[in-house]
Write a protein that binds this ligand. Structure first.
Ligand code: ADP
Ligand code: 5RP
Length: 486
């Protein structure tokens, strides 16, 4: 599968603390391992710094890899946030019978992307992190690493497990949704617990990182949220630890925490430094939030990828499974939001990216569309309505495709607006500005439609690729390692 090659061009925007500043921060022990502190430091840099793209001349590079719904991409940055190389690959369709063998496809994509990194950069890669789709779950043999079951994808629903999950978890807990990781685990357990060697639950990014560092069962508190991990107490709750399958749960660290070095055979094959660190990851929509560099409560990021995931920085935590609302931890603040199944996947069923681009030019975003759809790629919705049986609504289809597309954009914008309205009603900090990430961020007409429907400033995020956010986690992990060695 040919990737789409980007020329390795330095983008001089993000001004991260230079090596010297990192050392100073560490020496004064003021340096917080929290990422929001790091992003705040970045934010307070003057625009002049960004404009001049001052390069620290730093040789160390940090690799972030984003495993989204339709494809994966990497970003290779330095401490100044300059992107030295980036590349995207769609997933090869590794079929087993008529079904896609996702684990093989992701593994092939991971090592193809490592192959894509220019060899001249590889000896300088100090650390790596990977983000993946949330609640995408694999059941692994904890002795051999063999895949016992799954992957169960982020939007797959297991209603058979809901009665058990709702009987053990607190009311309206995040796990009380058919697509939660815990429902996937309970569904598997109910039909496999008797005859399996010690099995282990891994999330997509945990598993991909394990391929690099070789240590079983390490996750992060963003990916572990939907299996029941409590990011506030930074522990699994007793109602979960008391379950017979609790031995399958991974250990949990903060995103961007060093787990180990890249395995020797991989460092030799690719020419990475022998101490290249592999750091815990996060979910794709949180990586997109990190990339957008929003650091004040009230700022939000909408990831317009195959799905529509919203993340609002809030001083208050809000969780309510009735509506698919949950709060992720971002160091000492909360990312409140949810993920709808609407979004780019529906668009891709109807139009090619080229058609989207051409038809969008004919849309007048200032004129509301009278068409009222609920665009879904198939049955099932997670947020702002949690209903595994909700059917797509994409009719009547007008004669002209441009009118149809306008109606779909407007309808997705209405779902986005409903999502932010719901978060406010549930007590989250009120949204005041929305940055846009993902493939949909390139569409100016859609951006204007969203701005009109949301009644808020809506703009393209400063970095629209989640891979950049994952690279920030790799940078955080490298700084943590340095601070331990000071
Ligand atoms: N010009 C465009 N306008 C709106 N949406 C677009 C445009 N180009 C691509 N997309 C959408 O972007 C999505 C891919 O975005 P991406 O962030 O790569 O998704 P993911 O990471 O979820 O796979 C596709 O579903 C596609 O429909
Ligand atoms: O829609 C998705 C795939 O792109 C994921 O669900 C997305 O990661 C949102 O989950 P979270 O809010 O936990 O990050």
């Amino acid at each position: 599968m040919l990737g789409i090659a980007f020329r390795p061009t330095p983008h001089s925007h993000l001004r991260l603390p230079s090596q010297q500043e990192c050392c100073l921060l560490r020496k004064t022990r003021r340096y917080s391992s929290t990422l929001s502190t790091r992003i705040r430091i970045i934010r307070f840099r003057s625009d002049r710094d960004y404009a001049t793209g001052r390069s620290g001349g730093n040789k160390q590079l940090y690799l972030g890899i984003d495993f989204g719904t339709s494809g994966a991409r990497y970003a290779l940055i330095d401490e100044q946030g300059t992107i030295h190389s980036e590349r995207k690959r769609n997933y090869p369709k590794s079929l087993v019978g008529n079904t896609v063998n996702w684990a093989t496809s992701w593994k092939e994509t991971l090592f193809s992307l490592l192959d894509d990194i220019p060899a001249s950069y590889r000896p300088y890669i100090a650390s790596i992190s990977i983000d993946g789709t949330s609640a995408t779950t694999l059941i692994i043999d904890s002795k051999t690493g063999e895949l016992l079951s799954g992957p169960f994808l982020y939007n797959e629903s297991f209603p058979d497990a809901l009665p058990t999950v709702t009987s053990i978890a607190p009311e309206n807990h995040t796990v009380c949704s058919g697509s939660s990781t815990l429902c996937k685990l309970v569904s598997w357990w109910s039909s496999n617990n008797s005859d399996q060697d010690p099995a282990l639950l891994m999330h997509q990014s945990d598993w991909l990182l394990w391929l690099l560092h070789g240590k079983f069962g390490v996750s992060d508190y963003n990916n572990a949220l939907k299996v029941g991990y409590d990011p506030e107490t930074d522990s699994y709750p007793s109602w979960l630890l008391s379950q017979p399958f609790s031995y399958m749960l991974p250990s949990v660290k903060a995103p961007g925490t060093p787990v180990g070095s890249v395995k020797e055979d991989i460092t030799l094959q690719y020419g990475f430094p022998k101490d290249c660190a592999v750091c815990t990851g996060t979910t794709d929509s949180i990586a997109a939030f990190l990339a957008a560099r929003a650091t004040q409560p009230g700022k939000a990021v909408t990831s317009l990828g195959s799905t529509l995931a919203i993340k609002l920085l809030s001083t208050t935590r809000v969780d309510d499974a009735r509506f698919g609302v949950y709060s992720h931890r971002l160091d000492d603040e909360w990312l409140v939001g949810g993920a709808s199944n609407t979004g780019g996947a529906v668009l891709r069923q109807l139009f090619t990216d080229e058609q989207l681009e051409e038809l969008s030019k004919e849309i007048d975003p200032s004129v509301p569309s009278p068409l009222d759809y609920y665009p879904l790629p198939k049955k099932g919705e997670r947020f702002p309505v949690s209903d595994p049986d909700m059917m797509p609504r994409l009719h009547p289809r007008p004669e002209r495709d441009v009118e149809y597309l306008h109606g779909i954009f407007e309808s997705i914008a209405r779902i986005e607006a409903e999502g932010y309205k719901l978060l406010k009603e549930l007590g989250a900090t009120e949204v005041e500005e929305v940055f846009t990430a993902g493939g949909g961020a390139k569409n100016q007409q859609w951006m204007k439609i969203r701005e009109r429907v949301l009644g808020l400033p809506v703009s393209k995020a400063w970095q629209t690729e989640a891979a950049f956010g994952a690279a920030l986690l790799a940078l955080k992990g490298a700084c943590l390692l340095d601070s331990r060695s000071v």
